[in-house]
Design a protein around this ligand. Structure first.
Ligand code: NDP
Length: 794
């Protein structure tokens, strides 16, 4: 080999350190001790804990462990600041956000260095990814502040938002929370993670410099207990949380029944799918970014590699070669790929999981590269040929560990990809655009990247399906999650009707039996067929004067199980064309209208009210949502990268709907129609007191081409069936219209698989109100947005 060629192969990197001096000077200016930032002022440090540099183990500063009193003081400051802040014009609020964005850009290097020292991530990432995205977020939301009223008419901010964030993207997660909250007109109390509070404290100084009115942003540092004090505080109107699924479930339970808004960004185990026609070298570069970016401590990390079997050996060989060129080292070195994990406890957790994965049959590969001694460093790791049953195939590792398995067909790839309780992100590599766009909608994930990975932008919503949480950050959906309809605060309590008393009264099964002759007890409707109740018992239905007007089956856990199975078997409804769904809803409306008189008489018999008007309103509502089926759709975003991101509006899956006691027909139709229009399948529990209108509805369903299992109807005691449905893992979302106590129970029980919920909390929602309920109010709650990123350019 001649000399130049030799130099190319033997050339090593020299050190390229970024200076920590200015960040250290900033810490020193605070005497390396911090209190909280409350009401525009710094509190005296209280009981503190140390914030350490995970690359060196050296202490950077002492940070105050926030008490419940600290949280209370911050909430009071935010509450006091809210009226003035929310009354500012959007333009005025936007200018503050713009000023913050400019200041972040101005001090971006200081932020990047401090972030790297506090968290351990390579400076290359904090400098080129985290901080620019933070600034972008504030710029983007400066615009939303100004356009809020035009784009979200008749909406108001929640009030005081409690925001809790994790340690993996400390400043970026802060920006994702604070920027939309302020743009919408809320004030905030934010708690950074205990390991990484420092950039949040520097951000507080930026707020001072931007002359943000005091109390609009409050930063309270602390541990889990401080977070719990925020979620439990009675004067907080909305909680936004990013962190583990485990803590997300605790927060879901803690906020149940409080009426607080809630968005949860939780964990993931995202698939990275490589088809045999992929550009392998690009796919490997993408993979490096997917799993070794931020040491793999990324909620959406492409941590499950799925490779098509025909290229598996070649792909793994190339991957191993690439892994051996990765540089692990001082995060402040600009030529380092992998820095330090956040803390020793994280190193121990990851190491244990790797051992487990290998013990359960995975093949371990670690490249023969140097890593610094001391500090929280780990080598990039591959565990290949794992079985789906291996712990590491399903548990989130949250470290630099890639897990690999192979597949043969696209169908198998989709099945493996979706074989997880999570649903945050997914990546697809193929040169076949038809294949990519066929697979993307089939993946149960909130974000799908095609021939690329880890793309983020303020204009594009980010968030999960399934146990990865609900709500979106970024984009219009992200803004929407910090606003609520103006009329919500005027809702009045629902007056208790005879419904509640009827259900709690012990019944003599023979007391109300129908007159001699053929039994006409209405059956359940499950999987397109009428079904007898499993219990063999029936429930009487009384008219307003107390006279018996009919009987229905008394549904139980097994009826629900059957109905959920039928609803899941019919999930293909989501993939029938929106036009087709619209046609079926129109047909339902038409067939209901044919029988208007009969339905009106039945309503009158059950409630004594004007049945004709209710039937007419129900027909109109079916028409309205038939009309929406092919119109409530997504957007194409144009992020700064050379990509488009298509925001697809997708169904939630199998929904449980428990209709209100009043309006036996419209009460059910008003909730079921938007759910069906958007492609959900439904298990409906109609009004407990007056269920006969919906049992009559079977016949309309049967004559309207509604596929079997799309709408299943189980009659019975609403509270009991609500519990079974809320706890059922086969149900993806639950809506309950009824009393406050059951609403609370439904929300708490929904934590099991992190269902999306809507409950009426004992308030009266006048579902006949077309202006409020014939449009996006329920459509938005019946759908979730998936963003599919597609690169362009050769
Ligand atoms: P945790 O859920 O443990 O912590 C997240 C935040 O919640 C921290 O500020 C934490 O405080 C706080 N917290 C802990 N317990 C409670 C409680 N009972 N009530 C209220 N707040 C509480 O997650 P980690 O910080 O360990 O972060 C890692 C996890 O976060 C991973 O599982 C990852 O998947 C997920 N994550 C998800 C993201 C997403 O966008 N979906 C993004 C980033 C991370 P403290 O840490 O101070 O104790």
């Amino acid at each position: 080999m001649n000399k130049i060629a030799e130099i190319f192969t033997s050339l090593d990197y020299g050190p390229a350190p970024e200076s920590p001096d200015l960040a250290l000077a900033w810490l020193a200016a605070h005497e390396n001790r911090f209190g909280h930032f409350i009401d525009g002022k710094w509190t005296k440090p209280g009981k503190t804990f140390a914030s350490e540099n995970p690359a060196t183990g050296k202490k950077l500063a002492d940070v105050t462990d926030g008490t419940a009193e600290d949280v209370d003081a911050a909430v009071k400051a935010a509450r006091a600041a809210f009226p003035k802040w929310s009354a500012l014009s959007g333009y005025e609020r936007g200018k503050y956000l713009y000023a913050i964005a400019r200041l972040i850009q101005k001090h971006s290097r200081l932020f990047a260095v401090l972030e790297t020292m506090d968290n351990g991530k390579p400076i290359r990432e904090s400098r080129d990814v985290d901080i620019p995205l933070v600034a972008r977020h504030f710029y983007h939301h400066a615009g939303w502040a100004q356009h809020r009223d035009r784009e979200f008419p008749d909406h108001v901010p929640y009030g005081v938002c409690g925001q809790i964030i994790p340690w993996n993207f400390p400043l970026l997660m802060l920006a994702w929370k604070i920027a939309p909250a302020l743009a919408a007109g809320n004030t905030v109390v934010l708690k950074p993670a205990e390991f990484t509070s420092l950039t949040a404290l520097l951000f507080a100084e930026i707020c001072e410099k931007a002359h943000l009115p005091r109390g609009v942003v409050n930063i309270v540092t602390g541990e889990g207990d401080t977070g719990a004090a925020i979620t439990g505080h009675p004067d907080i109107d909305k909680i936004a949380f990013t962190g583990s699924t485990e803590v997300g479930k605790i927060i879901r339970k803690a906020t149940a029944g409080t009426g607080k808004g809630l968005s949860l960004e939780l964990g993931g185990k995202s698939p990275y799918i490589v088809f045999d026609d992929a550009d392998i070298d690009s796919a490997i570069e993408g993979l490096v970014d997917a799993i070794w970016f931020n040491q793999g401590q990324v909620c959406c990390a492409g941590s499950r590699l799925l490779v098509q079997e025909s290229i598996e050996d070649r792909f793994l060989e190339k991957l191993k070669k690439r892994m051996s060129t990765l540089r692990v080292g001082d995060p402040l070195d600009k030529a380092v790929d992998i820095g330090a994990l956040v803390a020793p406890v994280q190193v121990a957790r990851v190491t244990d999981l790797v051992k487990k994965g290998v013990a359960e049959g995975g093949q371990l590969y670690e490249p023969d590269i140097d890593i610094p001694g001391g500090g929280c460093f780990l080598k990039p790791t591959l565990i290949s040929h794992v079985s789906p049953a291996n712990t590491v195939a399903s548990e989130e590792i949250f470290g630099p560990v890639l897990v690999e398995m192979s597949f043969r067909t696209p169908e198998e790839a989709v099945a493996l990809a979706n074989n997880t309780r999570y649903g945050l992100a997914a990546t697809i590599w193929t040169e076949n655009v038809n294949l990519a766009l066929d697979i993307a909608p089939k993946l149960k994930a909130g974000v799908v990247w095609i021939n690329s990975t880890n793309n983020f932008d303020a204009a594009v919503g980010f968030g999960g399906y399934k146990e990865s949480g609900f709500g979106r950050e970024g984009g219009k959906e992200g803004m929407a999650s910090y606003l609520k309809p103006k009329w919500e605060k005027e809702l009045k309590p629902f007056k208790a009707t005879a419904a509640a008393t009827a259900s709690s009264r012990p019944r003599n099964p023979l007391e109300d039996s129908t007159p001699p002759g053929v039994d006409q007890t209405a059956k359940m409707y499950i999987g397109g067929k009428q079904a007898r109740p499993d219990s063999g018992y029936s429930r009487p239905v009384h008219g307003p004067s107390g006279a018996l007007v009919g009987e229905v089956g008394d549904g139980n856990r097994k009826d629900i199980r059957n109905a959920v199975e039928a609803a899941r078997a019919a999930l293909g409804w989501a993939t029938t064309s929106a036009h087709n769904r619209a046609q079926i809803l129109y047909f339902l409306a038409e067939n209901l209208e044919y029988r208007a008189e009969e339905f009106a008489a039945r309503i009158k018999a059950q409630t004594g009210e004007d049945g004709a008007a209710e039937v007419a309103a129900s027909v109109e509502r079916l028409f309205a949502f038939a009309g929406w089926a092919d119109k409530y759709d997504g957007a194409v975003h144009n992020p700064p990268q050379r990509m488009v991101a298509t925001a697809m509006v997708e169904a939630l899956g199998a929904m449980a709907i428990l209709a209100p006691p009043s309006r036996p027909l419209l009460g059910s139709i008003a909730l079921v129609a938007p759910a069906l229009a958007m492609g959900n399948t439904v298990v409906l529990v109609p009004s407990e007191k007056s269920p006969l209108s919906m049992t009559d509805f079977y016949q309309v369903l049967e004559t309207s081409d509604v596929p079997a299992g799309v709408l299943n109807i189980v009659t019975g005691e609403s509270r009991v069936l609500a519990k079974t449905l809320a706890e059922h893992d086969g149900i993806d979302a639950i809506w309950f219209a009824g009393d406050a106590e059951t609403s609370k129970m439904v929300e708490a029980a929904s934590a099991g698989n992190v269902k999306q919920t809507w409950t009426s909390r004992g308030l009266y929602y006048d579902l006949a109100d077309k202006l409020k309920f014939e449009g996006d109010y329920f459509l938005r709650r019946a759908t979730q947005v998936k963003n599919v990123w597609i690169p362009y350019g050769a």
